[in-house]
Design a protein around this ligand. Structure first.
Ligand code: SAM
Length: 237
């Protein structure tokens, strides 16, 4: 199996197809059977999605733009992107996540078959390293937490190679290490090595982008009590 740092890509896949799928489906969902920490993370994550939508739409309409949502989870971003008329390619390493995203998209997107402007995202089960093609914009939210910095560089370089104009990443910043310990304990509980969480220094992400020929144009920071995300939008340097 391919390695994702100290963990292993197979372990991450297995987690997000099973207990991780159940946990995150709830956190990213709408039902109220979540605890206080999970609710806090739900709110923080939805702010990240809102911020990304704002970053994207303030540069112009998304109609007809090709957007790759790498590690799409339950489709929290893919669905609003499709609503704005983007041509979305949504993929995730977890088949369970992709199935959930597809179901939600069918529920929430009214697709007009007669040349309407909203089209269903194209869903695919794929790890992001295997993604090919070119997209106007590539977005990858809250996935870097599964990559140690030495794997993150290659991951960022690969995503950048798929993007023509814009790359948006969110990650858990290292500056919030101590606050994050709590969250990590909640998200990845138990004695098992199931999945580890990796935080990233902003300078390291910036350096990886620079190495790939990209520079940061916009930054955002989303914090709630248990959720911390640094958001960066990069463009070709
Ligand atoms: N991006 C989504 C969002 O913000 O709603 C989901 C974020 S969730 C914390 C992390 C997702 O990354 C999971 O759905 C997981 O299956 C996926 N993932 C982890 N490693 C991956 C990889 N190597 N390739 C593709 N997806 C991956």
């Amino acid at each position: 199996a391919e390695e994702v740092g100290g963990g292993d890509k197979e372990v991450v896949r297995e987690y997000f197809n099973n207990s991780g799928f159940q946990r995150w489906k709830k956190i990213y969902g709408e039902t109220d059977d979540v605890n206080r920490v999970q609710m806090d993370i739900r709110i923080g994550h939805s702010k990240t999605v809102e911020n990304v939508m704002k970053m994207l739409t303030e540069e112009g309409s998304l109609k007809g733009l090709t957007i790759c949502d790498a590690g799409c989870g339950t489709g929290a971003l893919s669905i609003p992107l499709a609503k704005e008329g983007a041509v979305v390619s949504a993929s995730d390493i977890s088949a369970a996540m992709v199935a959930e995203a597809q179901m939600k998209a069918r529920e929430q997107l009214v697709v007009d078959g007669n040349g309407g402007e909203v089209s269903m995202p194209n869903f695919e089960v794929s790890d992001l390293e295997s993604l090919k093609g070119k997209y106007d914009t590539v977005v990858c939210l809250d996935v870097l937490i599964h990559y140690p910095q030495n794997k993150a560089d290659a991951m960022i370089a690969h995503l950048a190679s798929l993007a023509e104009n814009r790359l948006i990443l969110s990650f858990a910043p290292k500056t919030f290490y101590y606050s994050l310990l709590k969250r990590v304990g909640e998200l990845f509980p138990g004695p098992s090595k199931a999945t580890r969480a990796y935080l990233h220094a902003e300078e390291d992400v910036e350096r990886a982008l620079k190495k790939a020929g990209w520079k940061i144009r916009k930054r955002g920071l989303i914090t709630t009590q248990f959720y911390f995300a640094r958001l960066v939008e990069a463009v070709p340097a």
